[in-house]
Design a protein around this ligand. Structure first.
Ligand SMILES: *[C@@H]1O[C@H](CO)[C@@H](O)[C@H](O)[C@H]1NC(C)=O
Ligand SMILES: *[C@@H]1O[C@H](CO)[C@@H](O)[C@H](O)[C@H]1NC(C)=O
Ligand SMILES: *[C@@H]1O[C@H](CO)[C@@H](O)[C@H](O)[C@H]1NC(C)=O
Length: 339
């Protein structure tokens, strides 16, 4: 019965052509079209050593496989989404992207389970790897793993996503760090890749979501916009509580709007704060996401901005069209169920 709120929420995705500076995911990307692909060595050592030295679990705790996955999209605030869900006392989540269904599948489920933090039977584990939505193969593996798994997808205004990707690129290329040496426009006007291809690549949510809808029933998805998460994290977390079947315990006093930063941080004196801290992407002293998450975005010159908007519009409209169709279909289903 959570279909209706979930889908209404989907319709409520904010208009995309606003500019936001905001928390983003951070992993190693080389250029505008290359997929984000952190080196797999990231995962093994740290996680394994944590497993090895695993301290005494509290009573009833063990490592459990995920019941929900954040499967997309990179550079859309998926880390922030994980942090905001992790504030819930019944949610645990590994900090790293495990990339199990992409890079480590042959290691088997027992390996995957060992990457998870300890949890109690009342808690659910959520793993985030935004690359999962990108390939049919990983989606099929996920289906085989658990056909009932809940899937969270976060999308974002493509302009912000491009800005975030550029900021990420610059952070990883210190040799061009001075923005005037390699401004946003130069990055966009890459000689080997046409600008419309760059924009389309980074604004294409629709075809991946459609592809995923062919594998999983639509009611297993919660689609969130980064803009909603940023403006009203409480509403997003409440929606997720319903979607994930969690106790409805998160209230407004868990978040505090930080005027200096211009976005929401966590209330450090709230009893749930310790739960959010497990995420590892929070600065314990400020209660905000660690600094790299809110890299400053480049300013985009008016004509280039217009081009980006024009080139991304068809992809964004496709997303909204598709979601509208979904709503119609599902509303019919719900009516039938009610009758
Ligand atoms: C342009 O894109 C190509 C292909 O993705 C990439 O190899 C190259 O490094 C990019 N150039 C710049 C200047 O970003
Ligand atoms: C932070 O949490 C504490 C404890 O629950 C509460 O008393 C306080 O009002 C909260 N602060 C804000 C700004 O909501
Ligand atoms: C807001 O963030 C700034 C910078 O991180 C921090 O110094 C300050 O304590 C925060 N303010 C509040 C009210 O939490």
């Amino acid at each position: 019965m959570f279909l209706v709120p979930v889908l209404l929420f989907v319709i409520a995705l904010q208009p995309f052509y606003n500019l936001f500076g905001s928390p983003t995911t951070s992993c190693g990307t080389r250029n505008v079209l290359e997929e984000v692909r952190p080196s797999s060595s990231n995962i093994g050592t740290k996680e394994d050593s944590r497993c090895e030295s695993a301290p005494v679990f509290a009573a009833g705790q063990s490592r459990r496989l995920p019941k929900a996955l954040i499967i997309g999209f990179n550079k859309c605030g998926s880390s922030a989404l994980r942090s905001f869900l992790n504030i819930h006392p019944d949610v645990v989540a590994p900090t790293l992207e495990i990339r199990f269904f992409i890079d480590h599948y042959s290691k088997g489920l027992e390996w995957y389970r060992r990457q998870m933090p300890p949890s109690t039977s009342r808690q659910i584990t959520i793993e985030k790897t935004p690359g999962y939505i990108k390939t049919v193969e990983s989606l099929k593996r996920i289906y085989e793993f658990d056909p009932d798994v809940k899937l969270l997808v976060i999308v974002r205004n493509p302009v912000s996503r491009l800005q975030s990707q550029y900021a990420h690129h610059m952070a990883n290329h210190p040799e061009t760090r001075a923005a005037n040496e390699f401004p946003f426009a130069a990055w966009m006007y890459n000689r080997t890749v046409k600008i419309h291809e760059v924009v389309e690549f980074w604004s294409d949510y629709a075809s991946y979501i459609q592809q995923a809808y062919k594998i999983f029933p639509m009611n297993q998805f919660l689609i969130i916009s980064e803009e909603d998460l940023e403006k009203d994290p409480l509403a997003v977390v409440k929606e997720a509580e319903v979607f994930l079947g969690l106790r409805r315990v998160v209230t407004g006093d868990v978040f505090v709007f930080n005027e200096t930063k211009g976005f929401y941080c966590f209330n450090k004196t709230h009893p749930f704060f310790s739960s959010a801290l497990e995420d590892g992407e929070l600065d314990a002293s400020t209660g905000c996401m660690i600094q790299t998450k809110g890299r400053p975005h480049p300013i985009i010159e008016e004509r280039l901005l217009q081009k980006i908007i024009d080139f991304s519009r068809p992809k964004v409209e496709e997303l909204f069209e598709y979601i509208v169709i979904v709503v119609v279909v599902v509303v019919v289903v719900v009516v039938v169920v009610v009758v």
